[in-house]
Design a protein around this ligand. Sequence first.
Ligand SMILES: [Zn+2]
Length: 258
Amino acid sequence: MLDLEDEDIFISDISIEGTRKTLTIETHPTIHHCPVCGFRMHSRGIKTRTINHPILSDGFEVVIKLKQRRWKCTSPQCSYEVNEAFHFVNKGRRNTNTTDMLIVNAFRDLEITASAVARKFFVSDTYVLDVFDRNVKIDRLPLSDIISVDEVHLELDDLITHYFQCGNPIFIDFADLLIRYHDYIINSFVMVEKHGPGKIYNSRLSNGPIESLNRKIKDLKRLGRGYRNFEHFRNRFLFATRDNPVLNGISEHNPGKW
Ligand SMILES: [Zn+2]
């Protein structure tokens, strides 16, 4: 029902209060053995954590009351203690991992503001920004090789010299024209590799695509009322405009207590 990653949990209570649906989730008490010494462990009680999980949404703000057991080793020499761990939520977090992934995914839309995402998932603006920054860090790519236009250069220069030396005023004028537009002519011969739908082809440079991209960047800037953190801005933009943006392989650092 909840589509959570853990199998041994069950819902022991559901209550609805206004637009909030509260699910109580717990585990069956099973025999635990100490991971350090192998002795039996006994339960030291249950702590209730409140966790947001806005997946079942349909108008409800879903909140999970997670009953988490604490286990202690019965060996007096060891007395190792551990909290029950769950896959669907990391230690010390107040939102399920699925929520975080949905938040990150919401940023695929360039036109959505952080505060709109926050509202959608019943969390704070700071939280969605933190989730985004934690998950999205797009590495810088090495610059591509300089495009070689030497050949065009040489041929055009030859042509200009040729026209100049021919003595005919019409061709000398034309040589002037070629000199005036020299750089533009060269640039028009620059070919780039383009990756279109299902094929790779060569195409002349056009400022069309870059202008469209520039516009998106400016729109994003205006929408966010400016960005103070350039890295965040850059990640935000690349994440939303790339076909398959890569997420960080974050493994959460879980200190032993919380
Ligand atoms: Zn032990």
